[in-house]
Design a protein around this ligand. Structure first.
Ligand SMILES: O=C(O)CCC(=O)C(=O)O
Ligand SMILES: [Fe+2]
Length: 291
């Protein structure tokens, strides 16, 4: 488990700088299991020719027709596909960091794995603040105050394979509207330096979040971040979990009640994607957003 000192340093850095890094968050044996389960999930996702949805569960596919090969770049809410990932949501190490920040009644609003397969062109994320992805503001008392997002390195993350990039202290700048222009597609196009300059960010402030497998990075809804495509031959799988204070949020799946781990219920809850309840049945989505 994390030491009291690690927890305090993380909370302090998160408040001061809008992000924090926790080295060796996951012990070796848990990391090996996570890597094995992630590889299995990837194979399950790759059985689908185009993007597949079932409730909150999504496998985002870049189809062979347009990319020369089938790639999976994201999975959402795979807790519905594998009980291992349902249990992983409430890993006690997550609670150690969440409790001092948002208490011990916690819901999870996003569960994502982002793969950046070598050779897939579209694996970068334009710079943004995650607040743009919280559609229903009235569903939360104060979504910025009550959200904490955790990114766990499944593979090593480096500048070459498209590691996360963060602007320290950008969480104090207010909402900047980065990447809200165009069609708002976060994975199409790259952020140019002048877009950062226009909102008052000196591009030299951007840092690379270099992580070893098992390291964790914590950030908030107002922290400016993005990443480049993977230009290397190495995989980059990254597990992102966004948690909210349970008693002030009407979105998300319960994860801890009074600090006790919760499993998914019978039916999915509204989480991030407000369009979920339009079609809860399994279906393919062949929208060509990437063209
Ligand atoms: O996976 C990444 O590199 C960044 C993803 C991200 O920022 C997001 O999903 O909001
Ligand atoms: Fe983001």
């Amino acid at each position: 488990m994390l030491s009291q000192q690690q927890i305090e340093a993380t909370v302090e850095q998160f408040h001061d700088e809008g992000y924090a890094i926790v080295r060796n968050f996951l012990p070796e044996h848990e990391l090996l299991e996570l890597q094995k389960k992630t590889a299995e999930l990837r194979e399950i996702a790759l059985e689908h020719p185009v993007t597949y949805r079932h409730g909150n569960l999504t496998y985002e596919i870049l189809p062979e027709e347009h990319f020369g090969k089938r790639y999976v770049i994201q999975a959402y809410w795979f807790a519905w596909a594998d009980a291992y990932f349902d249990k992983f949501r409430s890993n006690p190490r997550y609670l150690q960091l969440l409790e001092p920040l948002i208490g011990n009644n916690i819901k999870q609003v996003t569960q994502q794995i982002h793969w950046k397969p070598p050779g897939a062109r579209l694996t970068g994320y334009r710079f943004h603040q995650d607040l743009r992805f919280r559609e229903s503001r009235e569903a939360y008392e104060d979504v910025v105050r009550d959200t904490v997002t955790m990114g766990l390195a499944i593979d090593r993350a480096t500048p070459e394979n498209g590691c996360l990039k963060i602007v320290p202290r950008s969480h104090t700048m207010g909402y900047l509207g980065l990447s809200d222009n165009g069609d708002g597609q976060i994975m199409k196009g790259l952020t140019q330096d002048d877009e950062l300059v226009q909102v008052g960010i000196d591009p030299s402030r951007v840092i690379d979040v270099v992580l070893e497998p098992g390291d964790l990075v914590v950030w908030g809804l107002m922290t400016v971040h993005g990443s480049l495509p993977n230009e290397s031959v190495h995989e980059r799988a990254f597990a992102i979990s966004s948690y909210v204070r349970g008693d002030t949020s009407q979105r998300g799946e319960w994860t801890f009640k009074d600090g006790k781990p919760q499993m998914l219920g019978e039916t999915p809850q509204l989480c991030k994607n407000e369009k979920l309840f339009l079609n809860l049945e399994p279906h393919y989505d062949a929208t060509k957003w990437f063209l």
